[in-house]
Design a binder for this molecule. Structure first.
Ligand SMILES: Nc1ncnc2c1ncn2[C@@H]1O[C@H](COP(=O)(O)OP(=O)(O)OP(=O)(O)O)[C@@H](O)[C@H]1O
Ligand SMILES: [Mg+2]
Length: 502
């Protein structure tokens, strides 16, 4: 049987980096094929070669679809050959509506005039297939990242592709959104669509995959049926060693209360009568890690944003830092009070992608708002190198442009940037999203080390094992309300989930 897709001996170099070194991958009709590997292994690059982002001539090796050699010059040519890709970094235009984004460049038209009615209708049908209760005329910039991700998926589905590439599609989705997506992917599989699925969530990989290909340092380690492997084997193929327990041994000594929040309530900006956070109180001590668990939409990010002075909607409540009541009405005020914040949406709040790691780490904006300088360029460079080393950021140097880093390595730069402001209280919102197991282990170790140094840490995470693995105490939110409080000893996956679902 001819493969639906064959990529042979693909090699792709960037200045100073061999991102792909003779990689082979083939895909069958109706196959769900997972592509896994550590951050920076070359997964996204391979898919950019496939989808025409890097045109023919810009890489070595060849690509054929059903035996016919393909030489794409543009993304459009790849689309015409039946390839649709959902990129890891969302590529929607925030100022345009959902429908405009879905049909961008392919707007239904007659005699050169866009048929808006048909466009909105078609978009509404796609959204309905995804069980998304959204108006196609809504501006994309007003959606949360989970919803934006689903719009991105609707866009790919609208193309009627034979080959669908999904690069980390579930990173920002709720469990039920993931189930909806998987239902759709199973239908596509039955219709013969071949899928290449990139994910760091190995549970998903094993649930869905027919075969798994592992990349390491730009090379193919191997391809095998999923049924012939288990999770530990895949991890050791990815990392090149046994990983063992990824959570650190903890023995935190707690100091005084660093942060106390009383009766915090926050309303949605656009619907000022809708409560997103409802009368939540908690405290966290120096040296303590407080995990905040809950489902997507439970109000976890909104809680942190409000404390940080970054919530635009109406809100109320009291905040005490080291026992002193403080008024925080801007992120600058929060930073002045010693609070740092690693946000979940690194593109929107975290990084300027066309600047270097060094510039991002010592970000002008951050200096402006914090007024806290590292005094000289050499010192900044030394400090940045130090943090990069600790977090094992894979990059040529601190002067590498951030946008050229792999997704997971960008996330590490965001974490590193806040460590450089030496906060007393650190908020982490989904700190390991898109990060491979080896790097997760590094970040957990770092969280633990910071707590041992006396930092108070508040971490929001959708990954239950992570919350249970690193938190000293856990606060659970459900629909904006605190529905559970557990110590490390009390917490089990069952009782935390029960509180999270109300
Ligand atoms: N445009 C670019 N310019 C320079 N180097 C790049 C560029 N894009 C990728 N790289 C480098 O190529 C290597 C592979 O990156 P790639 O994005 O393919 O990794 P990945 O496997 O998708 O990782 P992740 O799981 O973190 O998303 C990395 O070392 C990365 O820094
Ligand atoms: Mg990637």
């Amino acid at each position: 049987m001819t493969a639906l897709l064959e990529m042979r001996n693909i090699t792709k170099e960037f200045p100073g980096v061999k991102a792909l070194d003779n990689v082979n991958l083939n895909l069958l009709e109706g196959e769900f094929h997972a592509l896994v590997g550590e951050n920076g292994a070359g997964k996204s690059t391979l898919m950019k070669v496939l989808s025409g982002v890097y045109p023919f001539g810009n890489y070595d090796g060849d690509i054929s679809i059903k035996g016919d050699v393909q030489q794409f010059q543009t993304i459009r040519e790849a689309e015409e050959a039946g390839i649709a890709i959902i990129f890891q970094e969302l590529s929607l235009v925030k100022e345009l509506s959902i429908a405009e984004n879905i049909f961008l460049g392919r707007e239904p038209a007659s005699f050169g005039v866009i048929n808006w009615h048909k466009m909105y209708q078609d978009a509404a049908r796609l959204l309905k297939d995804l069980r998304l209760d959204l108006n196609p005329q809504t501006e994309v910039g007003n959606l949360g990242i989970g919803q934006q991700q689903l719009v991105e998926i609707a866009k790919a589905l609208s193309q009627d592709a034979k080959i669908l590439v999904l690069d980390e599609p579930t990173a920002a989705l709720t469990e039920s959104e993931v189930e909806t997506l998987f239902g759709i992917l199973r239908d596509l599989k039955d219709r013969g669509v071949g899928m290449i699925y990139i994910s760091h969530k190995l549970d998903e990989v094993f649930k869905m995959s027919d075969r798994i290909t592992v990349l390491r340092d730009g090379q193919t380690v191997g391809t095998k049926p999923a049924a012939e492997m288990d999770k530990d084997q895949v991890i050791s193929l990815m990392v090149g060693r046994e990983v063992g327990d990824i959570f650190p041994e903890v023995s935190h000594e707690f100091g005084e209360v660093a942060l106390e929040v009383k009766n915090l309530t926050a309303f949605e900006f656009e619907h000022p009568d809708k409560k997103l956070v409802d009368d939540v109180s908690f405290s966290v001590k120096k040296g303590e890690v407080l995990g905040i668990a809950g489902l997507m939409g439970a109000g976890r990010s909104e809680l942190l944003l409000t404390i940080f002075g970054a919530w635009r909607g109406k809100h109320s409540g009291e905040i005490f830092v080291e026992g002193k009541k403080v008024d925080i009405n801007s992120p600058k005020a929060a930073i002045d009070n010693g609070i740092g914040f690693v946000t979940e949406d690194r593109k929107r709040y975290g990084l300027i992608l066309d600047q270097t790691i060094l510039d991002n780490s010592t970000l002008a904006g951050l200096k402006d708002i914090s007024g806290r300088f590292l005094t000289s360029r050499p010192k900044e460079l030394a400090a940045t190198n130090d943090v990069m080393g600790k977090l094992k950021v894979k990059a040529g140097s601190a002067l590498t442009v951030t946008g050229t880093l792999s997704g997971g390595n960008q996330q590490k730069v965001v974490v590193g940037k806040w460590l450089l402001t030496s906060p007393k209280i650190l908020f982490l919102d989904e700190p390991t999203r898109g990060i491979d197991v080896g790097a997760k282990q590094e970040i957990y170790g770092e969280i633990n080390r910071l707590a041992e140094e006396g930092l108070a840490i508040v971490m929001v995470s959708s990954e239950l094992p992570e919350v249970l693995g690193v938190s000293d105490r856990i606060l659970v939110l459900h629909e904006g309300r605190a529905t559970g409080r557990f110590t490390r000893e009390e917490a089990t996956p069952e009782n935390v989930m029960a509180a999270a679902t109300g």
